[in-house]
Structures are given as structure tokens and as C-alpha cells.
Design a protein around this ligand. Structure first.
Ligand SMILES: NC(=O)c1ccc[n+]([C@@H]2O[C@H](COP(=O)([O-])OP(=O)(O)OC[C@H]3O[C@@H](n4cnc5c(N)ncnc54)[C@H](OP(=O)(O)O)[C@@H]3O)[C@@H](O)[C@H]2O)c1
Length: 429
């Protein structure tokens, strides 16, 4: 079989940002079967200050990247002008640019970077040559007069289907993403791909997001603080059950419009309470993908010559209803929940590992409730995001219809992810 060759666009790749996604992308790029340091140069742009005075953690990361052959270069997406960014891209002779760190950047930054990318487009364009003479077009950022080397761009659009949400939808929060799409669709100089992955799986489990929240029962906290013996622990069970019932009542009172229902396994030893909250309803759908899988798909899209360009590409680790999501967590946690920390604090049996099944509480935040919460606190970005999710447009797509599925990519689902990541101290408990 003839060896596969990489697409030319993959000869010099610049990744911007090394957060959760950027670092996963660097890993995928340097471990992809088509990667070879002799054919692909990989660079990472971080802020100049991060390069000159990194925190110990970032210093360690930078060391790891350098060991993998990744070149570190300075760039500041917010402080630098469009021209500064375009110059940096031209000077670096990058053939592909992946923007992997846009979660917290200021308004206008994504559009500015996109313009800079188009300005540093490769010279092999055909649209701006008049009578064989290259001309610069100041209204046209990618014109030949500004030619650089960039052939391919992956903008910071890892998430929802913003075409479906529309400029007016999502309380106008995503209009810049639509502007970026419009700009990319209006030109032919740079190939691009948008990776629509749904919600990051890790984000879905963040306590502040509110969909999954963990808490220890009061009784368990005390038990852990005082290192009680197993018999003492058992004596407290009835008290503990009562506390759980109280918690249930509080939950449904707090979310008065919600529909808190209770899991059946209440009679077991439940020292932890997991509340799963559906945004809008139990039958609403969500698509979610791990950062590792988003990165794997991005590397595949970039390296392989037979992949789609100039369109959004849909991928999915899982597409499921909130009800299926809660069921998956319930199964995963029941399979894996072993309290090893407690055993070390028990005087009686230091090697004992006890099995606990947390109490799973199901709750709903209906759309109207979330809208009202957001109206009362209009500057709260998180509450606005919850409304978008509860509205449900552009947030999910059938897994079997995704590019990743059709390509046969092995993707991690919710149950698998929870099994892998669940531990007694989930949520910092
Ligand atoms: N669809 C979704 O659900 C979704 C989508 C996006 C993000 N998220 C969530 O957001 C979290 C954060 O995303 P992330 O960790 O991938 O990355 P991020 O926080 O968006 O970006 C962090 C990286 O961006 C760099 N950066 C920040 N400002 C910069 C600037 N002005 N110029 C150049 N570089 C700059 C940082 O560089 P320095 O090293 O210099 O600080 C860092 O390497 C994720 O963990 C995820 O949970 C979710």
C-alpha cells in the first residue's frame, strides 16, 4: 500500500492558545499517524508575557512542548492590531492556523484574527491577479499584494451550530461568530473548516454550569472529619436518610417550577448527592464531545487530503437527551463509586474500601424559569448561555449523521467519560 501523504496545508501549523483544547490539539497533531517532524513544523502562539514570565505550571507545559519539537512564538490576539497579527503570520510562513483559545477573549478579537489570516493568505490565489500582475486590494484583506503562506484556517467556533442559532438568536451573543462565517464564506483564498462539536464534555460537568452538581451529605462530612468507625457510620444511617429527604424537599422548593424526581436507590448507603438538572426538559437533546476527541478530529481534518473544506463539520462524542444523560451517569457512578479516602481515615480498618452509591436527584429548569433568571441578572453570561441551551436550537445533531461517525472515528461518550473521571472527590468534595 502506498504511504499516505499529508496535505500541503499541514506543512507548517500554528496553534493559537494552549488551554484545555489547544493542548489537546497539540497532542493530537504530534501523535497523528501522518505526523513527522521532517514534513510538518508545529508552532504554538502564546502571549508574550506568558513566554517571558510563565507561571511554574506554564513553564512546565512549555518545556514539554519544546521537547515534542513544538516551536513557541509570541502573539497577543487582543493587544496586537490586525496588521501586527498578519505580519506575524506572514513572517512565520504558516500554512495552517488553528485558533484554539478564544473562550475569554474580548469582542472583535475573533473577527480581527480572521481578517489577519485572510491578509496572510497564500499567494497561489486566482481572484486578484490583473493581467498577470499582482495587485493589492485594501478592501480585500487576502489580496495577492499582501500575500503570505496561509492556506487553511480553523477558527474558534468549536461548539454550537451558530448558523442554526442565527445572528438574532442566543440574545445576539454569537453575532461575531456569524460575522466570521460570513467573512470566510465571502472569499476563496483560504480554505477553512469549522468544527461543530456541541458542548465540551468537561464543561457539561462543571459545577457552575449547573447541570451536574455534587454535594456531600452533612452526615458524611462529619464522618470524614472525625474518622468515625464503621459501626458509628451505620448508626448514623437513619439520621442520614432523614437529611436526604430534607434535601429533596429543599431542592424542589428551590426550583419550584422544576420537576424534581427522586431515584429509587434511596435505601442504600448514600453519602453523596448528585443533582442532574435538565435545561428545559428531560426530552431535550444535547451533543457533547471531549476536548481530546475534538482535537483528534481537528488533526484528521487538517492532515488528511480527503477531508471536507469550506464548511462546518459536525462531530459528536455523544448525542443524548437529558434523561439518557442522567441514566448514563447513574450507571457509570454505580459501577465505579468506591470511597478510598474514607478508608484511610477509619481507625478500625485502614485498608478497607467501601462502596457507596450516591443519591441521584433529577431536576428541571424550564426555559421560562431560566429566561426570568437571566432577565433579573442580565450581565451574567452563564445565565444567558443556559437560556441558549434551554432554547435548544443548534445544540445537537444525530451522532450517526456526523462526519466523525461516518469516518469511523472512535469517540468517547458520556458514560465512558464519567467512568474514567469519576472519583469520590468529584467537584472538589
Ligand atoms: N463548546 C463548549 O462547550 C466550549 C467552547 C469553548 C470553551 N469551552 C470551555 O472553556 C474552557 C476554556 O477553553 P480552553 O481551555 O480550551 O482555552 P481558553 O481558556 O479559551 O484559552 C486559553 C489559552 O488561550 C491563550 N490566550 C488567552 N488570551 C490570549 C491572547 N490575548 N492572546 C493570545 N493567546 C491568548 C492562553 O494563553 P496564555 O498561556 O498566554 O494565558 C491560553 O493558552 C474549556 O475548558 C471549556 O470548558 C467550552
Amino acid at each position: 500500500m502506498a504511504p499516505q501523504t499529508i496535505h500541503h496545508r499541514a506543512t507548517s501549523i500554528l496553534v493559537i492558545g494552549a488551554g484545555e483544547l489547544g493542548s489537546a490539539i497539540l497532542d493530537s497533531l504530534t501523535t497523528h499517524p501522518l505526523y513527522s517532524p521532517s514534513t510538518t513544523k508545529i508552532s504554538l502562539a502564546v502571549r508574550p508575557s506568558t513566554l517571558t514570565s510563565p507561571t511554574p505550571e506554564k513553564q512546565a507545559h512549555q518545556h514539554t512542548y519544546r521537547e515534542k519539537g513544538v516551536h513557541l512564538v509570541p502573539a497577543d490576539l487582543e493587544a496586537w492590531s490586525e496588521d501586527d497579527l498578519a505580519r506575524m503570520l506572514r513572517d512565520g510562513q504558516y500554512t495552517a492556523v488553528i485558533h484554539a483559545g478564544g473562550f475569554g477573549v474580548g469582542a472583535g478579537t475573533m473577527l480581527k484574527l480572521t481578517r489577519a489570516v485572510l491578509s496572510a493568505a497564500a499567494a497561489n490565489t486566482n481572484t486578484n491577479t490583473t493581467n498577470g500582475t499582482d495587485t493589492a486590494d485594501t478592501n480585500n484583506p487576502g489580496s495577492v499584494g499582501n500575500s503570505g503562506s496561509v492556506e487553511y484556517y480553523v477558527p474558534w467556533q468549536f461548539g454550537a451550530d451558530y448558523d442554526a442559532i442565527t445572528r438574532a438568536g442566543g440574545q445576539g451573543m454569537f453575532s461575531e461568530q456569524i460575522d466570521v462565517r460570513d467573512l470566510l464564506r465571502s472569499q476563496q483564498r483560504v480554505d477553512w473548516v469549522i468544527v461543530s462539536c456541541g458542548i465540551f464534555m468537561s464543561f457539561l460537568f462543571q459545577e457552575f454550569w449547573g447541570v451536574m452538581q455534587c454535594e456531600r451529605s452533612e452526615h458524611d462530612q462529619k464522618r470524614r472529619e472525625h474518622g468515625q468507625t464503621q459501626s458509628e457510620h451505620e448508626q448514623k444511617q437513619s439520621e442520614h436518610q432523614q437529611k436526604q429527604s430534607e434535601h429533596q424537599r429543599e431542592q424542589s422548593e428551590h426550583h419550584h417550577e422544576g420537576n424534581a424526581t427522586q431515584n429509587q436507590n434511596q435505601d442504600q448507603s448514600q453519602d453523596k448527592i448528585i443533582t442532574i438538572t435538565a435545561l428545559n426538559s428531560w426530552s431535550d437533546w444535547i451533543t457533547t464531545t471531549t476536548a481530546t476527541d475534538i482535537a483528534k478530529c481537528t488533526a484528521e481534518l487538517l492532515y488528511c487530503p480527503d477531508t471536507p473544506v469550506n464548511q462546518p463539520v459536525y462531530i459528536a462524542g455523544d448525542t443524548l437527551t437529558y434523561s439518557e444523560f442522567a441514566d448514563a451517569i447513574e450507571r457509570a457512578v454505580a459501577d465505579t463509586d468506591t470511597d478510598t479516602t474514607t478508608s484511610t481515615s477509619r481507625k478500625s480498618n485502614s485498608s478497607h474500601h467501601s462502596k457507596h452509591t450516591p443519591l441521584l436527584v433529577r431536576n428541571v429548569w424550564p426555559l421560562e424559569y431560566l429566561r426570568e433568571e437571566s432577565r433579573r441578572d442580565p450581565d451574567n453570561q452563564l445565565k444567558r448561555y443556559r437560556v441558549v441551551f434551554a432554547e435548544g436550537r443548534g445544540l445537537s445533531w444525530p451522532k450517526e449523521q456526523t462526519w466523525s461517525w461516518k469516518r469511523g472515528m472512535k469517540m468517547e461518550g458520556v458514560e465512558e467519560w464519567v467512568k474514567k473521571n469519576w472519583n469520590w472527590n468529584w467537584g472538589g468534595l
